[in-house]
Write a protein that binds this ligand. Sequence first.
Ligand SMILES: Cc1ncc(COP(=O)(O)O)c(C=O)c1O
Length: 374
Amino acid sequence: MRFDTRLVHVGQEPQPGTGDVVPPLHLASTYERDVQDPVRWFYGRGENPTREGLERCLAALEDVRFASVFSSGQAAGATALAALGRRRVIVADDVYGGTHSLMNTLTGVDVRYEDLADPEVVDRVFAGDAADALVWVETPTNPLLKVVDLAEVTRRAHEVGAVVLVDNTLAGPVLQQPLRCGADVTLYSTTKSVAGHLDVLGGALVHDRDDLHEAFTAHRTAVGSVPGPFDCFLVHRGLKTLSLRTGRQVATTERLVAALLASPAVAEVRYPGLPAHPGHAVAARQMAGFGSLVSFRYRHDVDGLLGRLRLFANAVSLGGVRSLAQCPAATTHRPVPADVRERLGITADLVRVSVGIEDPDDLLEDLARALHPN
Ligand SMILES: Cc1ncc(COP(=O)(O)O)c(C=O)c1O
């Protein structure tokens, strides 16, 4: 079964007995015990058929055996950090602001932020020994859209014994598959493109290791960070159109990028699809498209621009059907210390746009009108 077919079929086979072609919503929080098979269905925090259907589908997308879903992307990250239990964590410097908050909750762990766009950083930081380390990668990074060479970083990290987790939320599984590049775990905030409709929160860890499956499941069951059955249903329903949505969003983003480049009101455009982008060659190799997120520096008042946009909601989040525009320095990246934001270039003139599935001409007109008010 090819990728687009798996999106629609895996974990959603017609139901025995009724023939439902849509997976049923199993709301029960407890199950009548079967003395012949006492461990299969026990209690909703541990197991739920609606949830397991979604997990099978997510695992199939990267051609592996395991996915565990969570109540949010942050909950998935918290379980990964706790269950992997590494004493040192190297994090790509330009990650989602909430990842900084997550790292700040860790005690007794040495957390370092590094520019992983340069894979040699891995050798320098570990100096030959990383058996107690985790490398936490995001690529493209958020919001500066730097590109990390997944195969190269993973190769170097594995040579010294580190585990590699890739937050693949921005690209999504249609455009990038970190496990194929050698990573150990893929993390998703399924709140974003995977669910795609801006109406549900969720997270997932995808991988192919029995030991991790056991550890992630045990941690999730212990802390109770499971998504409810209806949330799983919504994520699974959104997943069916992921390829269609992604294709449309990437094509529209390329047109918007061209318009931004041509605008005198724009000082800089960041998008991995641009040949001048330093990570373009790597992105072209490891991605099947350059994504639906673009960042740019506006020469005038950013609040004014965000207020003039009619179709792009001034809202955080990304990857959904509806276009969004926001200023990361004031919102998603506020948890990043101000001096770090300044050093990275996450400044008040930076605007991040997440492109939805609206008619591309409407989006282009809205953007052009807002960029040039007179
Ligand atoms: C790249 C990335 N990772 C993780 C998260 C956290 O996901 P959630 O909001 O579902 O907890 C987000 C949320 O914006 C994100 O953008």
